[in-house]
Ligand binder design. Structure first.
Ligand code: AMP
Ligand code: GLY
Length: 446
């Protein structure tokens, strides 16, 4: 048997657990901060175990895992990687398929990621500056006439970045938020990354990395803004889609290849700089612009929701891929079903401002299964057989089909099979929204 340890408990981790457990030799062991009912059920079904504890405490995770004869571990969320859980597990002799703390720095230190790109001359890096002094930050903003994105340096759960014209109405608002980041040490440090605002369409490219080779997954487009029509505040991501050929309706093969080259250069640069290998999932967030794909950021993990799109379609054995990532023997091992996927996140009423919590959800699981849809639990809990909401995203609902639009209809129908005080973005994956994206890129590139 293969005793696999997963650290984390969101919908992304539910999708990882689900994919790993398709290998019938795997016993799932999960260390969670709260009981994800989907992951817990997979632990039971595979004759594994789970426990609830502080996933950010490397010592606590190691202590629990040490007696479980773990053959491979996958610490998943960003803050867990930053806390050095991978490092601690490896020190205790438990092999991991995730980045050590220093490698995950490409995510938890936005200044580091930009400097790596600049120092190694990697294409796709926007104009940027790293500032500790208010006056210098202000000078940079004025030099770009306020057309700037303000980024706290550290992790903020995807909610600290603010963009001119979206969250910040004018040059003064940009300057004021940059100063706020410095004064309130948003992101954990009195430092701010300011960069030129790029214009284009965003896409996600995820890859398995063994430190030298990357094995790429289908492209995905996430939807970060809360409301229909890309309005409202930032969220962790409201939903996402992928296309049957692994590209996106507005991204060509050639543009995708450029993004892949950038990611290969990043892991090579990381090795040159540190002497270490980047092992784990590398997530590239790109903006397709007039100049080609530009890098918005790197993450050291799967995306959430993007993991649900790609892992639902993964035909290869995920446990086997993780093993090869760890041992440095990764080739072109990942095969995906040639289907489109659409994920819609059901979120609590009031999310992301002030969620209504502890609301029961009625789930017609039969109807969901019959339509070929799938669901992954996120921030919910189970009491006496009933699922209740918490303050974060509740359930990721997935539809699949020959096209994005077919998959969208299935996802939408499945959302209707879950009732309670939750809502979702109905426009994700619809023809109208996808065509808007295509027209945007056509206009930009013409
Ligand atoms: P991040 O946390 O870095 O992914 O940023 C959150 C969101 O801010 C991204 O998904 C983009 O929509 C936006 N963003 C970040 N950097 C830029 C940039 N340089 N230009 C335009 N938008 C950006
Ligand atoms: N979907 C965005 C992220 O996982 O960071």
């Amino acid at each position: 048997m293969k005793n696999f340890l997963l650290v984390g408990n969101g919908a992304r981790e539910h999708a990882i657990a689900d994919a790993v457990c398709r290998n019938k030799d795997v016993k799932l062991f999960a260390y969670m901060s709260a009981k994800n009912p989907g992951i817990a059920a997979l632990c039971e079904k595979s004759n594994g175990e789970f426990t609830i504890g502080d996933i950010h405490s490397a010592n606590a995770v190691v202590e629990w895992a040490s007696s479980k004869n773990i053959s491979l571990a996958f610490p998943s969320p960003d803050a867990v990687l930053e806390a050095g859980v991978t490092d601690a597990l490896e020190r205790a002799g438990i092999k991991c398929a995730a980045p050590v703390r220093e490698a995950a720095r490409v995510e938890w230190d936005k200044a580091y990621a930009r400097e790596l790109m600049r120092d190694f001359g990697i294409e796709g890096c926007p104009r940027f500056g790293i500032f500790e002094k208010e006056e210098e930050a202000e000078k940079f903003v004025r030099s770009l006439k306020g057309n700037v994105v303000v980024k706290p340096v550290g992790l903020t759960g995807g909610k600290g970045v603010q963009v001119a014209g979206v969250h910040l109405k004018d040059e003064e608002a940009v300057i004021s938020y940059a100063k706020e980041v410095l004064n309130r040490k948003i992101g954990g440090k009195a430092q701010v990354v300011l960069e030129e605002k790029l214009e284009g369409e965003e896409f996600t490219l995820q890859a398995f990395s063994d430190g030298e080779n990357l094995c790429f997954m289908p492209l995905v487009q996430d939807h970060k803004l809360a409301y229909v029509g890309d309005k409202g505040p930032n969220t962790g991501g409201m939903g996402s889609y992928s296309q049957e050929d692994g590209l996106l309706p507005f991204v060509s093969k050639e543009q995708c290849e450029k993004a892949k080259k950038i990611m290969l250069k990043v892991i090579a640069a990381f090795s040159k700089k540190t002497g270490l290998k980047y092992r784990g999932v590398l997530y590239g967030q790109f903006m397709l612009t007039k100049k080609g794909p530009m890098v918005i950021e790197f993450n050291a993990r799967f995306g959430d929701p993007e993991a649900m799109n790609v892992l639902s379609l993964l035909k290869s054995d995920l446990y086997g891929i993780f093993e090869k990532m760890q041992s440095g023997e990764l080739k072109d091992d990942a095969v995906f079903e040639k289907k489109a996927s659409v994920c819609k996140y059901l979120v609590p009423e009031g999310y992301p401002i002030k969620s209504v919590t502890d609301q029961p959800l009625k789930i017609d699981a039969q109807k969901i299964q019959k339509s070929g849809a799938k669901m992954y639990y996120a921030s919910v809990y189970e009491k006496e057989g009933v699922i209740y909401t918490q303050s974060s995203r509740s359930i990721g609902v997935m539809g699949f089909g020959k096209t994005i639009f077919e998959a969208e209809k299935i996802a939408e129908e499945a959302c209707g099979a879950i009732t309670g005080k939750v809502w979702h973005r109905e426009d994700i994956g619809t023809r109208e929204l996808v065509e808007k994206r295509i027209a945007h890129i056509k206009r930009l590139l013409s």
